[in-house]
Design a protein around this ligand. Structure first.
Ligand SMILES: *[C@@H]1O[C@H](CO)[C@@H](O)[C@H](O)[C@H]1NC(C)=O
Length: 331
């Protein structure tokens, strides 16, 4: 695979256009052009399809591939810009994706920004940063969406598959496998283990009541401060339904707020990040949790145990599934 991802001008096909830039004047295309057009579309779709399959075939989760590709884009940036500070460098992720890049950013000195879910938010944030003179070198979303440069400001399986292939080939030259490299990333920056699931609830009024109870424990804007009677401390809360964020000096959330959907995120002092939200399209109350463990904690079994204990407590204490008659995800 030998094409330049930073220069796509050779892909533009100008033969469809007349000199005023319109697609043939009278709206009629010669039959060869139509055939050519559909062939290009067909092969384009085929290539993206194969790329996505290639990404899925590597049997790592979307978050793990995000960690690997993020590391790889940073590695290449440093190779191309030896000695340059990372002060101007950014990676962008949706807020329900793994926070591994936030951890790497903190350790390496570049910036990490989280956005709402969906590539339109990631892409728009990247464009905004770019026009402010910043360098966005990577963006991703947990559900297998990767943006490996600013050449295509969207999720792009083709460039992601290309980057994964070059990364694998580089690692091979170093006598390493992708799995070994991933292990190295998590050993260096800390294990990041996630546990996501949902409850089914068909009653929008009940859903609102559940979330309102979480945000008014002892009056307005009083969220839980601990779980399991003080065993695990909550350090910060961001509520994107009301716009409250106690991690901001003015207590106002930076991300856009939507009062029509529910979304609350908690940071715990031991590194657990937990988002509770409703789905826009399904009758679900979803939870996304990730334990961002400190690098000195090596015992994965222990981390998993703590994560499961905390997630059980969060579900019991915040959703009260029995009281509210919520149906857990099957299986
Ligand atoms: C969680 O803490 C990090 C800093 O470690 C901060 O950047 C982030 O905004 C916090 N998130 C919430 C939801 O408070």
């Amino acid at each position: 695979m030998m094409f330049d991802m930073d220069n796509t001008s050779s892909f533009k096909n100008e033969s469809f256009y007349n000199d005023t830039g319109e697609l043939y004047k009278n709206g009629t295309l010669p039959i060869w052009a139509i055939k050519f057009y559909f062939t290009v579309i067909f092969f384009g779709s085929f290539v993206s399809f194969v790329s996505v399959i290639a990404l899925l075939r590597c049997k790592r989760s979307g978050n793990e591939l995000g960690a690997l590709l993020g590391w790889w884009m940073l590695f290449q940036y440093r190779k191309k810009n030896p000695g340059k500070s990372l002060e101007n460098v950014y990676m962008v992720c949706s807020t329900v994706s793994s926070m591994i890049l936030r951890t790497i950013a903190k350790a390496e000195g570049f910036h990490f920004i989280d956005t709402l879910t969906g590539f339109k938010w990631i892409g728009n944030k990247a464009l905004e940063l770019q026009s402010a003179g910043k360098e966005v070198i990577f963006g991703f979303e947990e559900a297998i969406g990767y943006m490996c440069s600013m050449a295509v400001v969207d999720k792009d399986g083709v460039s992601a598959a290309y980057q994964l292939a070059t990364c694998a080939s580089y690692l091979y030259s170093q006598g390493k496998t992708i799995n070994q490299q991933l292990q190295e990333i998590y050993d260096k920056y800390g294990q990041h283990l996630s546990l996501n699931s949902y409850y089914i609830c068909h009653d929008p009024v009940l859903i609102k009541k559940i979330f309102d109870k979480i945000r008014t424990k002892r009056g307005p804007d009083t969220y839980p401060e601990t779980i399991l009677n003080g065993k695990y401390q909550i350090t910060t809360v961001r509520d994107l339904t009301t716009g409250y964020d106690n991690n901001q000096p003015d207590k106002k959330a930076v991300l856009p707020v939507s009062s029509s959907s529910q979304m609350i995120t908690f940071n715990f002092s031991n590194g657990l990040v937990c988002t509770l939200r409703t789905s826009g399209t399904e009758p679900k109350i979803k939870y996304y949790t990730e334990m961002c463990a400190y690098p000195d904690i090596k015992d994965k079994t222990q981390i998993t145990k703590t994560l499961e204990e905390m997630v059980d407590a969060i579900c019991e204490e915040m959703f009260e599934p029995k009281l509210n008659g919520l149906q857990a995800k099957a299986g």
